[in-house]
Design a protein around this ligand. Structure first.
Ligand code: UGA
Length: 468
């Protein structure tokens, strides 16, 4: 099928590349000429596993790049809108990009098209898109508007798209639902997975993917409610972690005990320094605003956001209580990205914590396997950057673990300790076993677990680690 995807950000680029891999002819449209030139030249603007392969495979063949939205709409049966919906000052989703794309699309509709919202948008957006297109004089029988939310995570975006838990399509009539069923048919029939060159199936996924056809309003709510629920799960366990610290319980044991209840499940129960990224903070706020607009006072979401902010403050207080005073202290920081596996630093709790520590007069040397370049653009005058975790630890009064990179869970502890001025590790991601850290000569603080103090002479130091 001929498909246009409008917006070559995270969702648009991944969706475009994956639709091409499913066998569709895709035009990726963006009005940023520089970005288009980068994509045409073979560069990949985001750090995402399998994306370079897919772009190489389809660039210039089944996947083309264009700034001509009108032409792309004319050529396509389905037009996916995947432009940004940044938060306004009041926390609502700013839909002005969606609206201007809808208006432009309306001028190009010549025969039946399905216009699909892929961006995360509040309930009623598909109705608004429909009104905007009608206002511009388009024949009501020549188009439908559908909602097809995307559930991909950064770092695993391609496999999340190709091996989804479910595909949600919100359509208000069968003609439109049929077209979306056809687009996803290679995934729902399982044909895609039979191909010799399909992207390998990740663990814990089941195929083929079920498709859930709902009303467009339900689909819009499913997306916001899913992100808000996951954020709530994280804030819930972070609140439980604070209780564990007060009473001397171990949050990992508590998580295991809770997560083995099949009604709750173990995923998204990792305590830490709070959720970040370009989705949860913005979407919880937007969902809160939508609820208010609809006449429901969703105060639970206020608490989810408050716990999330507190979690960062608690971590800074932990650093202060480990070091007594902060002014002039040398801090090594491992991790800048908002989570492991990505170079994205938007709303990164790591960066917010570093800002607080800089305000307190700390000197920071940071390392991240992927996000250094992006952070340097923002913090090159205030933070020193190093080439490895060990270099960041060199001469440090304390080392902070701020992002859950695999690499940080497998450090050579003897070497690390040898680099540091004082062997103090404050782990915001619970990557290590406190007993192992103490046996390796560290004073170790983590989240929701008792502090562990060096209890063995250097000769007895072990070097085993445990990934949380
Ligand atoms: C999130 C959702 O997981 C996706 O399903 C959704 O499609 C996406 O938002 C979106 O709306 O576009 P993403 O922002 O990539 O995906 O990141 P997550 O893996 O969900 O992590 C979000 C934050 O929560 C990170 O800062 C992470 O470190 C934190 N987190 C996650 C925890 O602190 N504990 C956990 O147990 C899990």
């Amino acid at each position: 099928m001929q498909i246009a995807v409008v917006g070559s950000g995270y969702v648009g680029l991944v969706a475009g590349a994956c639709f091409a891999d499913l066998g569709h002819e895709v035009i990726l449209v963006d009005n940023d000429i520089r970005k288009l030139a980068t994509l045409k030249n073979g560069q990949v603007p985001i750090h995402e596993k399998f994306l370079p392969e897919l772009l190489n495979r389809h660039r210039g063949k089944r996947l083309t790049f264009s700034d001509d939205l009108h032409g792309a709409v004319r050529a396509s049966a389905a037009i996916f809108i995947a432009v940004g919906t940044p938060p306004t000052e009041r926390g609502e989703a700013d839909l002005s990009y969606v609206e201007s794309v809808a208006r432009e699309i309306s001028g190009a509709v010549d025969n039946y098209k399905v216009i699909v919202e892929k961006s995360t948008v509040p309930v009623y957006t598909s109705e608004w898109i429909r009104k905007i297109i009608l206002r511009n004089g388009t024949d009501p029988n020549s188009f439908d508007v559908a909602s097809n939310p995307e559930f991909l995570r950064e770092g695993t975006a391609v496999t999340d798209f190709l091996f989804p838990d479910r595909i949600v399509v919100g359509c208000d009539n069968e003609r439109c639902a049929d077209l979306l069923r056809q687009i996803y048919q290679p995934l729902t029939s399982g044909d895609y997975y039979q191909r010799a060159d399909s992207i390998p199936q990740p663990d814990r996924t089941s195929i083929p993917a079920p498709i859930l056809v709902t009303s467009s309003k339900s689909a819009e709510l499913i997306k916001h409610a899913s992100n808000a629920f996951l954020a709530m799960k994280i804030s819930f366990i972070n609140a439980v972690a604070s209780m564990c610290e007060s009473v001397g319980a171990d949050v990992n044991q508590v998580c295991h005990g809770i997560g083995t209840d099949s009604r709750i499940g173990p995923r998204f129960l990792n305590p830490g320094i709070g959720y970040g990224g370009s989705c949860f903070p913005k979407d919880v706020m937007a969902f809160r605003a939508v609820a208010r607009e609809c006449g429901y006072d969703f105060r639970l979401l206020d608490e989810v956001m408050r716990i999330n902010e507190d979690q960062r403050d608690r971590f800074v207080r932990k650093v202060r209580s480990a070091l007594w005073t902060l002014r002039g202290k040398n801090i090594g920081a491992l991790g800048l990205a908002f989570k492991g596996g990505t170079d994205d630093i938007r709303e990164s709790p790591a960066i917010l914590i570093l800002h607080s520590l800089l305000q307190e007069g700390c000197k920071i040397t940071a390392y991240d396997p992927a996000a250094m370049e992006r952070t340097q653009e923002l913090m090159s005058s205030t933070v020193k950057f190093s080439d490895s975790a060990y270099e960041a630890a060199h001469g440090a009064d304390a080392l902070l673990i701020l992002t859950e990179w695999e690499e940080f869970a497998n450090l050579d502890l003897n070497r690390l300790r040898g680099e540091m001025k004082y062997p103090i590790v404050i782990d915001g991601r619970n990557l290590y076993d406190p007993e192992v850290m103490a046996a390796s000569g560290f004073t170790y603080y983590s989240v929701g677990r008792a502090a562990a103090h060096a209890d063995a002479p250097p000769a007895a130091m072990k070097n085993s680690t445990k990934k949380a």
